[in-house]
Design a protein around this ligand. Structure first.
Ligand SMILES: NC(=O)c1ccc[n+]([C@@H]2O[C@H](COP(=O)([O-])OP(=O)(O)OC[C@H]3O[C@@H](n4cnc5c(N)ncnc54)[C@H](OP(=O)(O)O)[C@@H]3O)[C@@H](O)[C@H]2O)c1
Length: 310
């Protein structure tokens, strides 16, 4: 029987046969017993710590200030993330009230130990950077942050010196840099070659694959963990796909939505550690987190997804 692009036999071959069969059987078992399938993890190379592969981003989505109804909904987003075994929450002082909202919700939930809190420094100058980082720690209600990143490489040399100092003092666990566009990859690559970084964060999606050329292989070579931003192209890619029927083979790779297909594509890249789709919607968080269960897709299955989009 044909399933659009692939026959079932082809899917079994593309996903390594045993992998797909395993996926069907574990999904069926979990459904029967009411258990949830566990979220996959990837190792942070600089420490050996395992990180769950699906997190949440906070740009715009968590910038809700004192809006009680929105905060209640975001509490459900975080509860859904933690319940599914996820932990990474990515914020920035650039994101309005997001650090404050994420920090107060995590504190109110008593969930600090479940959260991997990542934020950024986004300013120029050493003193301004230190001031901003102290403020982020206050807003996030965290004396110690899990990850501090230089946002968009802004004044990176100055801030990385500060971050190394904070790491040596135990105030941050990991340090890194971020960007969101391929026009910055030349500079990002130079920083990755020169500096010892625990993490990079970069844009990558099934229809924006420039990071595959040099950035993701270099991260693997240099032993750097990778967070992925913009997995849905900021939402535009999902909106474009809304009218397109789900491929008949989606279920064969464990996906019930386009969001899951796009996330499975991203986390299937071996250099990727965790993807941080932004959402303010608990149902979307549940949808996204479910993409982290089941086996990783291999390269052939990932190419099948790219072909479906073009
Ligand atoms: N330079 C940098 O460091 C940088 C740059 C960009 C982004 N980031 C980080 O990366 C995160 C992710 O990027 P992003 O949030 O800009 O873009 P994105 O993750 O590609 O897309 C987010 C959009 O997708 C929607 N969405 C999420 N899950 C969905 C689902 N299951 N079904 C339907 N719609 C869904 C969200 O709307 P709903 O709220 O309705 O779900 C939101 O509008 C950011 O939040 C931020 O933390 C960092």
């Amino acid at each position: 029987m044909s399933h659009g692009l692939f026959t079932r036999a082809e899917i079994l071959r593309l996903t390594g046969g045993a992998g797909a069969a395993y996926l069907f059987s574990t999904a069926a078992r979990a459904e029967q017993s009411g258990e949830k399938a566990a979220m996959q993890t990837r190792v942070i190379p600089s420490s050996g710590e395992k990180l769950p592969v699906i997190g949440v981003g906070t740009w715009q989505t968590f910038d809700v200030g004192a809006d009680a109804a929105a905060r209640k909904q975001l509490t459900q987003v975080l509860a859904t993330l933690f319940d599914a075994g996820g932990s990474v929450i990515d914020s920035s002082p650039m994101y309005g009230t997001s650090e404050d909202v994420a920090g107060s919700l995590v504190a109110d939930m008593g969930a600090r130990s479940k959260a991997f809190l990542a934020t950024k420094v986004w300013t120029r100058g050493r003193e301004a950077g230190i001031h901003e980082i102290n403020r982020s720690m206050q807003l996030l209600r965290a004396e110690k942050l899990d990850l501090l990143q230089v946002h968009n490489l802004l004044d990176w040399r100055i801030h990385l010196a500060t971050l190394r100092d904070l790491k040596s003092k135990g105030r941050i666990r990991y340090l890194g840099v971020t960007h969101y566009t391929s026009s910055a990859y030349r500079e990002l690559e130079a920083v990755m070659r020169e500096q010892q970084l625990d993490f990079i964060q970069v844009n990558y999606s099934a229809d924006d694959r420039a990071a595959e050329q040099r950035i993701l292989p270099l991260a693997a070579e240099r032993g750097m963990a990778v967070l992925i931003n913009l997995p849905f192209g900021g939402g535009g890619l999902l909106r474009r796909l809304r009218a397109k029927p789900l491929p008949a083979w989606a279920g064969e790779i464990g996906c019930a939505s386009w969001a899951q297909i796009l996330l499975k594509f991203v986390i299937g890249h071996p250099a990727v550690t965790c993807v941080i789709p932004g959402t303010a919607n608990p149902d979307h968080m549940r949808d996204n987190a479910a993409a982290g269960a089941g086996p990783f897709l291999d390269q052939a299955a990932r190419q099948g997804i790219v072909a479906e989009l073009t």
